[in-house]
Design a protein around this ligand. Sequence first.
Ligand code: HEC
Length: 133
Amino acid sequence: MPLLRKLFFAFLILLMPLFVFGQKKPEPWPVPEEYKNMVNPVPKDEASIKEGQALYTKYCASCHGKTGLGDGVKSRALQTYSGDFSGPEYQNQTDGEHFYKTKFGRGEMPKYDGRLQDEDIWKIIHYMRTFKK
Ligand code: HEC
């Protein structure tokens, strides 16, 4: 068997546990107090929610899914479940917690500091509140 093919099968076998056991549940993600208690400085209105939607669709939906269920096109390739934004685990967090996690990221969650302005992150957070069931 050619070496390349051998390597390919070795690679597949190494990846097997991922397919079998699925994604990791995220570890608790502590947020510093000063962020947790931050108040969203952007007024919540039709315009800001709409802008948040456009930004979310562009930057976040590929992993988090169109309606925040964690089922975006890239989600299957993630080793960590990106969360269900419609449920209490997410919705019971403060805007400040969402802001901190989006700004600084962790592991497979990209850091948006320097890529998105703070104001835009706050607008996305307003939009993500509409996922609540
Ligand atoms: C490349 C895939 C990917 C993209 C793109 C992405 N995320 Fe994430 N996100 C993740 C993953 C994976 C996690 C879970 C990380 C962890 O807990 O270690 C996560 C977690 C989060 C969390 C924490 C959820 C919770 O319940 O605590 C927030 C908030 C978040 N993302 C917001 C965003 C926003 C806003 C954007 C777009 C600006 C975005 N993400 C783009 C993959 C992504």
